[in-house]
Write a protein that binds this ligand. Structure first.
Ligand code: OAD
Length: 229
């Protein structure tokens, strides 16, 4: 069985109604990263940060996986698939993918501010100030903020090393270290970048660019792979 890694960003969830970050009217046009997505923001105004993620959690819970998420789950019929996502939504899970690495955390979970290994499911959309872990410390969203380490990077690099095919979908590849992952790919059965704004990468001459939306490109690509001999 061939190993396929699918590396996704906010663009795959755009057609489920969730805003991307850097497109026009994206989240970072309406909020400053320093105000809502850094440890310093949390230290200076935790209630504001909590509200920002509560609103985003509400949107995620109301969203549904789209045909691109669903098609990726279907790939498991024939391939050994790992999804590495920068997204904090759970749409890959709800679409049925079974092996998912959330590089930047998951919005449906909370973690202790004292002990990062204490992680809890959040019931509903609201994580209130005052909610605490079992050791009595305030819970924060289980999100990797700017300036924090990305603990899942090593596992992700390992998966990319083992991949025969890599499909990159809906990411501007502007946030590191996540954006460096594609350079660890050494497979020989295909490297694809699907994004309306995807551009060639000089260092990756074998990169196939598909300038389409995820739901336009992915179901067809998956179908053709499932029907290969
Ligand atoms: P960006 O907002 O930077 O990029 C979104 C990409 O999705 C762009 O390249 C768009 O062209 C593309 N796109 C838009 N609609 C699409 C569609 N229907 N189908 C396919 N692609 C589409 O989002 P990311 O690259 O995911 O980090 O951002 C990376 C990280 O920056 C996020 O994980 C987040 C953010 O700050 C944290 O929160 C730590």
């Amino acid at each position: 069985m061939k190993n396929v890694v699918v590396f996704t960003g906010a663009g795959i969830s755009a057609e489920s109604g969730l805003k991307t970050f850097r497109d026009s009217d994206g989240l970072w046009e309406n909020y400053r990263i320093e105000d809502v997505a850094t440890p310093e923001a949390w230290n200076s105004n935790p209630a504001l940060v909590q509200d920002f993620y509560n609103m985003r959690r509400k949107q995620v819970l109301a969203a549904q996986p789209n045909s691109a998420h669903l098609a990726i789950a279907q790939l498991e019929k024939k391939f050994n698939v790992t999804v590495i996502t920068q997204n904090v939504d759970d749409l890959h899970e709800r679409a049925g993918s079974s092996s998912i690495i959330h590089l930047h955390g998951v919005i449906t979970k909370a973690r202790s501010t004292l002990d990062p290994s204490l992680i809890y499911d959040i019931e509903g959309w609201q994580l209130p100030m005052g909610a605490t872990c079992e050791k009595g410390s305030q819970l924060r969203p289980c999100i990797v903020w700017f300036g924090e380490p990305v603990p899942k990077m090593e596992e992700a690099i390992e998966k990319i090393h083992q991949a025969d095919r890599l499909v990159i979908i809906g990411t501007s590849l502007q946030v590191y270290p996540a954006a460096s992952l594609l350079y660890y790919f050494t497979g020989n059965a295909g490297l694809y970048y699907i994004d309306p704004k995807a551009e060639p990468k000089g260092q990756l001459p074998n990169l196939t660019i598909i300038n389409q939306k995820a739901t336009e490109a992915i179901p067809g690509l998956v179908n053709s792979w499932l029907n290969e001999n």
